[in-house]
Design a protein around this ligand. Structure first.
Ligand code: USQ
Length: 382
């Protein structure tokens, strides 16, 4: 298939590009370096440097013999996005081109506005570009499990059948996010659902939980092809942060009581989920929603497991309960369904002790570049 990957420079965008290309798809990547620019502006912490997208594509070609053309530009600019679609006419669009950090979206008014405008304008432009240049193209949109929040009922896969005063109907599952970033993802889903109804688009919305790791089949033995690995409070997700903290001997930053439970997945499973969705497209006029995670853990579960495995490797791992800078439930019911992707053939990779040890050992190779000052800056939600 001809696959257009928007946000191709990101933590998941670049690994997805290599993976789809390695599996025989023709891939083009687009990015405006929004995430890189925010990281530079805010002096965040990445474990290792990552070459720019053009350079990574060049190195991938040396390794694989296959070309991934790169477009650098802003997808909220209609003249740019329409140019890309005219030149490539994709069969599928994988849309990662969003400001992905919840803490960044809560930093200040400018960050909130940048998140809101970028995420919604790009999604709207993608919808219009698909309609104008190939109405049959499949849009695969990265949503988030955070759209649902932590309701006191089981979370279904996107939809809920409601019986009310003796009548029945089917609606999007109730959503109530706990950051502005997550709220923009709800708005994206609403936009997509609206245009699926209006224009009969073909859409898959992937409600993904926090992702961990950086090793994939394609970058094994090639650190120059690794994705970003942030361990700071803005762009680092909790498992990647805890692993780095354990290696640095920095007490693990458990927010509040640590009972916050989420659905997690290995970066390799993200790639498989996205590719399974690509190769088994949604129908025309369908908004198909999958919950994309493989296991649920509380923050305390994660901290304790990393403590045990880290100590086994001789690391000095300590746990620290900090005042929670976020506004979220710290003890709650959490029982989401996730059967759709298993039905398409996903074979999950679980967070075993061996997998944790492998991540700790890989991060230990970069121990000297960890800057402890950048681990916690207390971005408060309220
Ligand atoms: N947490 C800690 N200590 C830390 C960092 C996080 O206790 O040092 C807690 C948070 O308070 C939260 C949980 O760990 O309860 C997960 O936090 P996270 O930073 O790993 O994830 P989050 O901010 O929710 O966002 C990440 C990605 C986002 C994606 C989302 C999926 O950055 O792009 O959409 O995971 S989900 O969490 O299911 O909404």
């Amino acid at each position: 298939m001809k696959v257009l990957i928007l946000g191709g420079d990101g933590y998941l965008g670049w690994p997805t590009a290599m993976n789809c290309n390695a599996k025989g798809h023709e891939v083009v990547v687009v990015d405006n370096y929004l995430r890189r620019n925010i990281c530079n502006e805010l002096d965040v912490a990445e474990l290792f440097g990552v070459p720019n997208l053009t350079e990574r594509a060049r190195r991938w070609k040396e390794l694989s013999g296959s070309e991934i053309p790169v477009y650098i530009g802003d997808l909220s600019d209609w003249s740019f996005i329409s140019e890309v679609f005219k030149e490539f006419t994709p069969d599928a669009v994988i849309h990662y081109a969003e400001q992905p950090s919840a803490p960044y979206s809560m930093l200040n008014r400018r960050a909130a506005s940048r998140t809101l405008i970028n995420n919604l304008e790009v999604t709207a432009n993608v919808i219009y570009a698909v309609r104008e240049f190939n109405g049959d193209a499949h849009i695969i949109k990265l949503g988030t499990m955070g759209e649902y929040g932590t309701p006191n009922i089981d979370i279904e896969e996107g939809w809920l059948d409601i019986e009310h005063k003796g009548r029945n109907d089917r609606f999007l599952f109730p959503r109530q996010a706990s950051s502005l970033y997550h709220t923009t993802k709800i708005m994206d889903t609403d936009l997509l659902w609206f245009y699926v109804r209006m224009w009969g688009l073909r859409v898959t919305d992937l409600m993904q939980g926090p992702v961990y790791g950086f090793a994939t089949e394609e970058n094994e033995g090639h650190p120059e092809l690794y994705p970003f690995f942030n361990y700071d409070e803005l762009f680092g997700t909790v498992i990647n942060r805890f692993i780095t903290q354990a290696v640095a001997g920095y007490p693990l930053t458990i927010y509040g009581k640590g009972g916050q439970t989420r659905g997690y997945l290995d970066i390799k499973d993200t790639l498989n989920c996205v590719r399974l969705s690509l190769e088994n497209p949604a129908d025309k006029g369908e908004l198909r929603i999958f919950n994309q995670y493989t296991e649920t853990f509380s923050v305390n579960d994660l901290a304790q497991r990393i403590e045990t495995v880290g100590k086994g490797l001789g690391l000095n791992v300590q746990l620290n309960h900090l005042d929670n800078p976020r506004k979220e439930l710290e003890e709650h019911y959490y029982n989401p369904t996730a059967t759709g992707l298993l039905g398409l053939g996903l074979e999950p990779k679980f967070l075993t002790d061996d997998a944790l040890a492998a991540m700790l050992e890989e991060v230990m190779r970069y121990k000297d570049s960890i800057d402890e000052h950048k681990i916690f800056r207390k971005i408060a939600w309220t």
